[in-house]
Design a protein around this ligand. Structure first.
Ligand code: DCP
Ligand code: CA
Ligand code: CA
Length: 356
């Protein structure tokens, strides 16, 4: 028996904005991606549930959203680095509950809690506990699904929105699958579900009676197998620790400052920490400045491979560049490394590789 908990953050980007500025939380909040072509061209990245209730949703063109929201909605430009940092912290909290964790996207994670729980009841309680801990530590509302595989857990997490938890244990799985519409399954978008409907497939179980040749022509091999596994309740893809592409470390300065004698030692510590997490030699380093008003500015450098000494130099240079073009004081600093080449270094630790 396997117990899986899936977690998805509610209206993520917009909720981060609410958490940072609680004064806006009773208004429609819309996070916008401005394309820069004309003043209002662009699209809605996401919106809070109040904005959704008046029709402002992800992907909507901004002029349309602005027409609906007029003066009652708050429109906020997207700040992806900031949401990423917030996500890292919440994921850090989640990761303390199991060694088997898969971060599936910026706001989604799966935990295999089989080793942590003796009974399904305990897995449900653990899901509830994680939700409460995330709210306590980060003021973030999330939804959770608890079940016996990743797909059912994710479907339940989606159904639990907002701020909910749903579960289906082994004894209820058959009944759940009998009533499950194929369009609710992750990976089956609206185009595919319309095509399936034209072939008489509305519920996942309908696929068991369908003509395999017809199904294969609509779905292709891998999606057909995937749906067959779900329908026959033998889907058991494990929670897989994804290799992270970026490793970062952020630090809060003792005071808001532009003084390099304070900033430099922190930068070096951040470099040390980022390098200690990485499974190889990076080809990219970014310095990130979180300004006194929480705005984020970053500068990057790319090269075939960047050893740690070079990283110290570049971190300093990049941060000097940030301050040269910005008059604000720094509140926090960060270092992020990416384009990690893991082939250079397989068995030894990084410190061995650098001769430290
Ligand atoms: N996102 C985006 N553009 C989209 C869809 C999503 O930029 N077309 C971003 C913003 C979302 C984040 O990804 O906050 C997570 O996407 P989700 O699909 O999980 O949607 P939300 O978290 O916003 O809402 P929900 O409460 O439905 O999960
Ligand atoms: Ca979400
Ligand atoms: Ca999501």
């Amino acid at each position: 028996m396997v117990f899986i908990i899936f977690i998805d953050f509610d209206y993520f980007y917009a909720q981060v904005e609410e958490i940072m500025d609680p004064a806006i939380k009773d208004k429609p909040v819309v996070v916008c991606v401005y394309s820069g072509r004309t003043e209002n061209s662009g699209a809605v990245a996401t919106s809070n549930y109040i904005a959704r209730s008046i029709g402002i949703k992800s992907g909507m063109p901004l002029p349309q959203a602005m027409k609906i929201g007029k003066d009652r909605a708050v429109f906020i430009p997207i700040r992806k680095d900031f949401y990423k940092e917030f996500s890292d912290k919440v994921m850090g909290t989640i990761s303390t509950y199991s060694d088997k964790m898969e971060i599936a996207s910026i706001d989604e994670a799966y935990l295999d809690v089989t080793d942590e729980c003796d009974t399904f009841q305990e897995a449900i309680s653990l899901g509830q506990e994680i939700k409460e801990k995330i709210y306590k530590d980060h003021k973030m509302k999330v939804s959770a699904g608890v079940s016996i595989n990743k797909v059912i857990a994710k479907i339940l997490g989606d159904m639990a929105k907002p701020d909910g938890l749903k579960y289906i244990g082994q004894s209820e799985v058959d009944e759940f699958l009998n009533n499950l519409e194929v369009k609710k399954i992750p990976g089956i978008g609206s185009i595919l579900s319309v095509k399936l409907k034209e072939s008489g497939i509305i519920y996942i179980k309908d696929i068991l009676k369908a003509d395999p040749k017809n199904m294969l022509s609509i779905l292709g091999n891998s999606k057909y197998n995937y749906l067959m596994e779900i329908a026959e309740n033998r889907y058991n893809k494990p929670v897989e620790e994804r290799v992270r592409k970026n490793f970062g470390r952020y630090m809060t300065l003792p005071e808001n400052t532009r003084d390099f004698s304070i900033i430099l030692p922190m930068l070096q510590k951040a470099v040390d920490s980022a390098y200690s997490k990485a499974p190889g030699i990076p080809g990219e380093i970014s310095a990130i400045g979180i300004m006194e008003d929480l705005d984020i500015v970053s500068r990057s450098y790319t090269s075939a491979s960047i050893n740690k000494d070079r990283a110290y130099e570049m971190a300093k240079e990049l941060m000097e560049k940030i301050l040269a073009t910005d008059e604000r004081k720094l509140r926090r600093i960060g270092i992020r490394i990416g384009k990690i080449n893991t082939r250079i270094n397989t068995n030894e630790s990084l410190d061995d590789f650098f001769g430290v």
